[in-house]
Ligand binder design. Structure first.
Ligand code: ATP
Ligand code: MG
Length: 500
């Protein structure tokens, strides 16, 4: 009986083992798969493997060994596939990069060649341009296009610099026709204060050699003249840059020269001269010296020793200048201002003293009174401004043509500048224009004027203009006035002469 019971028990246990084995064998592939799938980490894989093996304690050793071998093979294959995939990716990247490199090198070679040719052309052009400028003499005309300023209502006009010709500016009219204007140089809206100064620096420093220099900012109201000459404190214009450079140059040469610099500031307002550094003084008058030179009687002049001192003086003069808010410019200059810098140099080696004068002139803006419809005081201001600008244009044109007679005496501004403009002096006019369609006709007028000056044929042997005694529009002046007005008053150039 006991034996029977024992046999029954053994039979049952064998039955159980059979059932267990069946379940285990069916589960193995799934479990291995699962383990392999989950097995991204080697450690985890081995732990998982151990787990599986321990769970399958009922498997034979051969089964477990085979499963482990398979699993390891799978793992190895997987790693190999991963490596192949990475290799393939990097090869494809390499092929792509090499292809791109080839294309890029072809392009960059062509581009470098073109750039080199372009640079050569530009250098060649520059040399020719310099020769031309030297031939043209001491009067030069530049144009600066002011950018559209924040808050300005505008519709863009079609004035564009010619990017292949730095001396040309093109205007396309509403009907599509084109007109080109020639100048000595055009600065587009991107030009900075320092770009402008770099170009004129040699003219400025020539006053150290005893030359008289006049730099004018010219153009319609709101076109950026005061910005170019004065500029904001953080972005100074020509006046402060010129003075800084003068001091620096003099310091550099201090072993061989002794120098004295003095500064005066005046404004010409309604044909009267005001001393901007002594505003309480009466209006100043011009008188002719014994040597036949124009002198401003009673003009104050301050000797300066450093840039900071000059800045203080200039700020004071600037505050005293007549400025009003107009429809075109909230801070419109209603007078012509002239900052006069006298540079006296004593050369210790040659023992020669020279005196150079630098006149930096911020002109009042021309304005079409028929368009602005100003009346009363403003009408008088505008008429005076326009008349003096017209006369200044005549003088500059006569100087550029190296005429034997220059009509200096026709207005106060030109009488004042007579000495500084004639002889071997250097004159630079910066004609300001804007891209605002509202001022298209004014811009075209200014450009027409600039174009006429820059196209004046060159005379090979300059004759020094005659220094005239005061004349009240004598016969010579009348004759000249007519020939010059023929040039400056055609139908589309009324900017300089619009005094209606
Ligand atoms: N190059 C420039 N970059 C930025 N702003 C400029 C530039 N030129 C002029 N402006 C701005 O345009 C406005 C008019 O300029 P500005 O007062 O210099 O004109 P203007 O020709 O002197 O006018 P007006 O004849 O009425 O005195 C100012 O607000 C000035 O700051
Ligand atoms: Mg101004």
């Amino acid at each position: 009986m006991l034996l029977k019971q024992t046999l029954y028990k053994v039979e049952k246990e064998l039955e159980n083992i059979k059932i267990c084995n069946k379940i285990s064998f069916a589960e193995v592939p799934i479990m291995i798969d699962k383990e392999v799938q989950e097995d991204d980490d080697l450690q985890l894989t081995s732990k998982g493997c151990e787990r599986t093996v321990s769970k399958q304690s009922l498997l034979t050793h051969e089964d477990i060994a085979m499963l482990t071998t398979n699993k390891n093979k799978l793992k190895k294959d997987r790693i190999e596939i991963e490596v192949m995939k990475n290799n393939l990716n990097s090869q494809m990247r390499q092929i792509h990069e090499e292809g791109m490199k080839k294309v890029f090198s072809v392009f960059s070679n062509t581009f470098s060649k073109l750039l080199l040719n372009y640079k050569k052309e530009v250098e060649h052009r520059k040399r020719l341009h310099d020769i031309l400028v030297r031939l043209k003499g001491n009067i030069r005309v530049f144009c600066r296009i002011r950018p559209i300023v924040a808050g300005e209502e505008y519709e863009k006009n079609l004035i564009n610099p010619d990017y292949f010709d730095p001396d040309q500016i093109n205007v396309t009219s509403d009907n599509g026709s084109n007109k080109s204007f020639g100048l000595d140089k055009v600065f587009d809206e991107q030009a900075t204060q320092s770009n402008i100064y770099e170009e004129i620096s040699p003219v400025v420093t020539s006053c150290i050699d005893g030359k008289n220099v006049c730099i004018f900012a010219y153009g319609h109201t709101g076109s950026g003249k005061t910005f170019t000459m004065d500029g904001p404190d953080k972005n100074p214009g020509i006046v402060r840059r010129a003075i800084t450079e003068l001091f620096q140059s003099l310091k550099d040469q201090s072993e061989t020269i002794e120098s004295t610099i003095s500064v005066s500031m005046i404004e010409v307002y309604n044909e009267k001269i005001n001393d901007l550094l002594s505003p309480s003084a009466n209006t100043l008058t011009l008188r002719l010296s014994e040597l036949g030179r124009q002198q401003i009687r009673g003009l104050s002049s301050t000797e300066v020793v450093n840039v900071e001192q000059v800045e203080q003086i200039i700020n004071m003069g600037r505050k005293n200048r007549i400025v009003s808010s107009t429809a075109a410019n909230i801070s419109s200059s209603r007078s012509h201002s002239i900052t006069m810098v006298n540079v006296r140099i004593y050369n210790k080696i040659s023992q020669i003293t020279t005196i150079g004068k630098l006149n930096l002139i911020d002109l009042a803006g021309s304005e079409r009174v028929s368009k602005s419809q100003v009346v009363g005081q403003q009408l008088k201001e505008a008429q005076c401004i326009n008349k003096s600008l017209s006369e200044l244009g005549n003088v500059v044109l006569a100087l550029r043509t190296k005429a034997t007679h220059v009509p200096f005496r026709n207005c106060l501004l030109t009488r004042l500048l007579e000495e500084s403009l004639q002889g071997d002096s250097k004159t630079l006019m910066i004609v300001q224009i804007t891209k605002n369609r509202k001022y298209l006709s004014e811009a075209v007028s200014s450009l027409t004027f600039a174009d006429k000056i820059s196209k004046v044929p060159v005379k090979q042997s300059p004759t020094r203009p005659k220094l005239l005694l005061p004349s009240h529009d004598g016969a010579d002046n009348k004759k000249y006035k007519k020939s010059l007005s023929d040039i400056t008053t055609d139908s589309d150039n009324s900017c300089m002469t619009d005094q209606s």
